[in-house]
Design a protein around this ligand. Structure first.
Ligand SMILES: C=C(O[C@H]1C=CC=C(C(=O)O)[C@@H]1O)C(=O)O
Length: 448
C-alpha cells in the first residue's frame, strides 16, 4: 500500500492523464477475491464503482485518460476524445478485464458545474489507471500506464496493496441526520403540478416528470461505499454506482432502471414507469400491483415511455422486440416494466444509443421539447446528473448505462438527494408527492 502520506490510502496520482495523443498500455492479472468496498473506501482522488443486477462489479481508481465536453454536441465530442484514447491503447489480458471509460452526462446539455455538482461537467468520462472487475469469469486487476514498464510496476504495487486489504469490508454505520432542507415545499409542488396539468390541458404536452431535491446535513462524514454495500443487500435487483471526483463531490445511487446496454449488435433497454408502494402482506402487495396494472392513468404514463423508446430505436434496428409487461418489485416500491430488445442494423457506438434515448419519458416527458421547457420553468433546483445516463463504454463502443435515479450527490457532511414522478392528465398533486417521497427512501433510510 502507498503509505507515504502516513495514511493507508490508495492513491493513484503519479503521472498526468493522457489527452489521447500518447499511447497507453494495459495489463491484467487474476486475483483472489477482494472487498470492492475496501478498494473504493481506501482510494483518494478519482474513483468509480459500477455494479449491475446481473453480477458485473467494477471499481476503478485514478485517471489514465479523461474526456469532458459540454453543449449540444457533447456526445460526439466525448466519442472523438475516447476513440483516440482507445485506438492508442494496447491491452494485454482477457476481454472481461479490458479498460473501460466510466462516467456520465448531465440531464440538461447546458449544465454548468456548481454546488452541489462541482466537478461534474455536462459530460465527463475517465479511463481509470487501475480497475478491478468481478464477474462469473473471476476477479481481475487491470493497470493502465504510459509504458509497459510503468504498467507492470503499477500491477505489482496494486497486487500488494489489495492483498493487504480486508477481504470483507464492514458495511459501516449511518452518519445521522442533523437537518434537512427542501427547496420544494408541499405548496410549491402543488403549484408546479398544477402548472404542468395546465400545459397538458392546453395540449402542449401529454406527460412530464417533475422532480424534487432534498438536502441532508449529516452528523458525521458520509461513508458512501458503506451505504452502497447496504443498498446491495436491500436492493439486489438494482444497479449501484459511485463517481467520485478529485475535487468536488461523489455522485452515487441504486437505480432500478437500465437506459441501454449494447454488446455487438444486441441492444437491451426497458420502459420503467408507474409506481405503487409495497404492501405489508403478500395479498396487499399483489393488490397494489393489480391496481397499478389496471390503472388507465399508469398504463398511459407507462405506454408513452415504451412508445418513445421504440420510436427512437426503430430507425437503427433490423429487429425490435417489445416483451411482456412485468412488475419490478423493489424493497419499498413496485414499478411497471416492459423489457425491449433490438438487433442493430449497422455498427453503432453505445453513446449513439444513449444520446438517442436520453431523456426517455420516464424522466423527461412527451413531447420532449415541451417537457424539457416545463422542467426548466418549474423546478427550483439543479438536476445536475440526476435522471441522466451513467455507466461505461469500451473501445469497441459496447457498454451499459443506467438512469441516475434513487441517487444523491455527497460532499463531506451534506448529501443532496433527488426523486421525481411522472405527471399526466389525471395526476393528483398529493398522490404524486407521496410517490416522490418513496423514491427518496432508499438512500434516506441509510442516513439515519
Ligand atoms: C423519476 C423517477 O422514477 C422514474 C422511474 C420509475 C417510475 C417512475 C414513475 O412512476 O413516475 C419514474 O418515471 C425517480 O426515481 O426519481
Amino acid at each position: 500500500m502507498d503509505r507515504s502520506s502516513g495514511e493507508q490510502r490508495l492513491t493513484e496520482t503519479a503521472g498526468s492523464p493522457t489527452d489521447g495523443t500518447t499511447g497507453l498500455v494495459s495489463d491484467s492479472r487474476e486475483l483472489e477475491d477482494v472487498s470492492f468496498g475496501a478498494i473504493v473506501d481506501g482510494a483518494d482522488g478519482s474513483r468509480v464503482l459500477w455494479t449491475t443486477p446481473d453480477g458485473l462489479e467494477v471499481v476503478g481508481c485514478g485517471v489514465a485518460a479523461r474526456a469532458t465536453a459540454s453543449g449540444g454536441d457533447r456526445f460526439d465530442r466525448i466519442r472523438a476524445q475516447t476513440d483516440e484514447t482507445f485506438a492508442e491503447l494496447d491491452h494485454d489480458g482477457p476481454h472481461i478485464a479490458r479498460p473501460r471509460a466510466f462516467g456520465g452526462v448531465s440531464f440538461h446539455d447546458g449544465h454548468e458545474p456548481a454546488e452541489p455538482w462541482t466537478g461534474f461537467d455536462a459530460a465527463s468520462f475517465v479511463v481509470p489507471r487501475v480497475l478491478v472487475v468481478r464477474s462469473d469469469e473471476g476477479t481481475w486487476l487491470t493497470a493502465v500506464g504510459e509504458t509497459a514498464e510503468a504498467t507492470a510496476d503499477r500491477l505489482d504495487r496494486w497486487t500488494d496493496r489489495i492483498a493487504d486489504l480486508p477481504s470483507m469490508q464492514p458495511s459501516g454505520t449511518t452518519p445521522g441526520i442533523a437537518a434537512t432542507h427542501r427547496p420544494t415545499s408541499r405548496e410549491d409542488w402543488a403549484d408546479q403540478v398544477e402548472t404542468a396539468l395546465g400545459r397538458i390541458d392546453r395540449g402542449d404536452l401529454t406527460k412530464v416528470v417533475l422532480a424534487q431535491s432534498l438536502s441532508v446535513d449529516l452528523e458525521e462524514p458520509i461513508d458512501v461505499p458503506g451505504i452502497l454495500e447496504r443498498l446491495r443487500r436491500r436492493y439486489p435487483n438494482c444497479y449501484r454506482f459511485l463517481i467520485g471526483r478529485e475535487t468536488g463531490g461523489t455522485f452515487f445511487g441504486a437505480p432500478p432502471e437500465r437506459l441501454v446496454s449494447k454488446r455487438g449488435n444486441s441492444v437491451e433497454t426497458e420502459a420503467l414507469a408507474g409506481s405503487v408502494p409495497r404492501g405489508e402482506t403478500p395479498e396487499k402487495d399483489d393488490a397494489y400491483a393489480d391496481e397499478m396494472r389496471d390503472s388507465e392513468k399508469v398504463q398511459h404514463e407507462h405506454g408513452l415511455v415504451g412508445e418513445a423508446i421504440t420510436d427512437q430505436l426503430e430507425p437503427l434496428a433490423a429487429e425490435l422486440t417489445v416483451e411482456e409487461q412485468t412488475v419490478k418489485r423493489l424493497a419499498n416500491i413496485q414499478h411497471l416494466r416492459t423489457p425491449i430488445s433490438a438487433t442493430l442494423e449497422d455498427d453503432r457506438h453505445v453513446l449513439e444509443l444513449v444520446e438517442a434515448l436520453h431523456p426517455t419519458p420516464a424522466v423527461g416527458g412527451v413531447a420532449p421539447a415541451a417537457a424539457w421547457e416545463t422542467i426548466r420553468d418549474v423546478e427550483t433546483f439543479d438536476r445536475g446528473w440526476y435522471a441522466a445516463p451513467v455507466g461505461w463504454f469500451d473501445g469497441d463502443g459496447d457498454g451499459e448505462f443506467a438512469v441516475g435515479l434513487r441517487s444523491g450527490v455527497a460532499t463531506d457532511q451534506r448529501v443532496t438527494l433527488f426523486a421525481g414522478n411522472g405527471i399526466v392528465a389525471d395526476s393528483d398533486p398529493d398522490d404524486e408527492w407521496d410517490e416522490v417521497q418513496l423514491k427518496f427512501r432508499p438512500i434516506l433510510d441509510e442516513l439515519d
